[in-house]
Design a protein around this ligand. Structure first.
Ligand code: FAD
Ligand code: SF4
Length: 491
């Protein structure tokens, strides 16, 4: 990756002087964020690319505090202080290689990780001075490495005769494939969708993660030997038994896709849309993917209510405003502090003109009886009460507080639960009562693997094991599974 090297004899490129007070000289500075008016009209990312020099100034703020809490809080235990030091010294090549060592998708985590709940929350400087912009630096340096077509040198890695099938091209599947390929093992990734990425492509909208970023990562993975077989639904297009008989091991990384359904009267009416259906329909329309089961919902000039307070709800409100909705409101039953999504994304949504209505619980969908069409959402006020015996906080409904919030469309974003394939039980893959995959329940295996299913040689990871969670935790399980698979299949 020689292109990323800088000429340090050039006075403009001198490494940042090591000064423990750098964090005072350079305040925390996120990359430039486009104005809310400007970003409301398209699906491009809201942060613009920054110069490597800006990253160096920010990286030099790191205190190298001895006990790197950031590293512990990162689910991948990235070598954060080490690569910050390399960035500060303008050794971008070493920095990018260190980033890739523990994280196969650093440019993606830099964009979508809730850093304010993970690495940056744990940064010592977060106690009043502003955390080091860890995520933005990880994104910036890796983006530049990929733009320069950097690839790891695998010329000395012996090629194994073993091969592994991976079902699901989301972050868990991609992380596993990357780790196997780096170790000379053939990974063939199957996905039912026409592009790789799972929820990174068919879920998270372009204003958080542009689709071009995924395409570049696909090129990278193909260059290091990963093979993708897309538009292939395992269990329908191809049987699981075929995979078992053709490969030395199988890794399942199929996510969770069953939307949690609220018991709300009127929920089946026309004008009520499930969050993920809405988001996938929007991606398909923009990217020209043909998927008949996900129609495009055009919310231009509509009044829209989104129910929910997580990342998915934030993605829906911000998509609707970009489609030109007349107004978009987010209804959440608790207060702002209790919202499960990233506070940063909530703030971005507020800037873009979304109205947040807190402490309101939906009681029913209001419909026009003659057309069965949504006309709004009936809600009741809530308040929190501490149970004197247990000390737990309970949500209570205020009596006689019901009111109608008028809208043309209601989007429900209540989260996701397990969606086990019908062939799991026939194949002997054990499930928990929740439908998530049961890990290593059998004591008959020779070795104790954390990512092995009840079926010998079949491993699993990501949301289908943990329940709906995060990109970075899915990656962590994909990497762990790859190590275990390599141990299982041997040389
Ligand atoms: P997935 O990403 O769901 O990938 C599973 C893949 O398996 C899919 O491509 C699917 O097509 C494929 N598949 C399933 N069944 C089959 C089959 N039978 N045959 C072939 N292929 C199959 N997390 C964050 O960290 N930050 C965020 O900002 C964030 N935003 C989110 C926004 C939305 C709208 C949603 C829904 C989730 C968000 N998440 C976010 C969560 C994150 O996307 C998931 O936790 C993560 O993608 C899980 O990865 P995975 O690999 O387990 O599954
Ligand atoms: Fe932070 Fe996520 Fe990067 Fe870890 S992977 S350092 S949590 S942005």
């Amino acid at each position: 990756m020689s292109d990323l090297k800088v000429d340090k004899n050039d006075p403009g490129n001198s490494a940042i002087e090591r000064d423990p007070l750098n964090f005072l000289k350079h305040p925390r500075q996120m990359p430039h964020k486009r104005s809310s008016q400007n970003r409301r009209i398209d699906f491009k990312e809201i942060y613009t690319a920054s110069e490597t020099g800006d990253s160096s100034n920010q990286a030099a703020r790191c205190l190298d505090c001895g006990n790197p809490y950031c590293e512990w809080k990162c689910p991948l235990h990235n070598y954060i202080p080490n690569w910050l030091e390399q960035v500060a010294q303008q050794n971008y090549q070493q920095a990018a290689e260190l980033m890739y060592e523990t994280n196969p998708l650093p440019e993606i985590c830099g964009r979508v990780c809730p850093q304010d709940r993970l690495c940056e929350q744990a940064c010592t400087l977060n106690t009043g001075f502003g955390a080091v912009t860890i995520g933005a630096i990880e994104k910036n340096i890796t983006d530049q490495a990929i733009a320069k077509k950097w690839r790891p040198d695998l010329s000395q890695v012996p090629i194994s005769s073993k091969k592994v099938a991976i079902v699901g091209a989301g972050p868990a599947g991609l992380a596993c494939a990357d780790q196997l390929a780096r170790n000379g093992i053939k990974a063939v990734v199957y996905d039912r969708y026409p592009e790789i990425g799972g929820l990174l492509t068919f879920g998270i909208p372009g204003f958080k993660l542009e689709k071009e970023v995924m395409r570049k990562r696909r090129q990278f993975l193909e260059d290091i030997g990963v093979e993708f077989k897309l538009n292939t639904n395992v269990g329908k297009t191809l049987s699981f038994e075929q995979l078992q008989s053709s490969f030395d091991s199988v890794f399942l990384a199929m996510g969770t896709y069953t939307s949690v359904k609220a018991n709300l009267p009127g929920i089946e009416s026309s004008g009520v849309i499930k969050a993920l259906d809405y988001l996938i329909g929007n991606v398909n329309q923009q990217q020209n993917y043909q998927m008949a089961e996900f129609p495009f919902y055009d919310l231009k000039d509509k009044t829209v209510i989104v129910i929910g307070g997580g990342d998915t709800a934030m993605d829906c409100v911000r998509t609707a405003i970009r489609q030109g909705a007349e107004s978009v409101s987010c209804v959440y039953r608790r207060d702002q502090q209790s919202m499960p999504g990233s506070p940063r994304e909530v703030a971005n949504a507020q800037e873009e003109g979304i109205e947040f209505l807190f402490n309101l619980a939906p009681s029913s969908i209001a419909i026009d009886e003659s057309t069965d069409q949504v006309i709004g959402l009936n809600v009741e006020k809530t308040f929190q009460q501490i149970d004197p015996e247990s000390g737990s906080v309970k949500l209570q409904i205020e009596q006689d507080s019901e009111q109608l919030l008028k809208s043309d469309v209601v989007i429900t974003a209540f989260g996701f639960k397990a969606s086990p394939a019908d062939w799991f039980s026939k194949s002997g893959i054990a499930l928990k009562q929740s439908g998530l995959i049961e890990m290593r329940p059998s004591e008959s295996f020779d070795r104790d693997y954390s990512q092995q299913t009840s079926l010998d040689g079949v491993f699993a990871g990501g949301d289908m094991v943990r329940g709906a969670d995060l990109v970075v935790t899915a990656i962590a399980e994909g990497i762990q599974a790859a190590y275990e698979i390599m141990d299982y299949i041997g040389d």
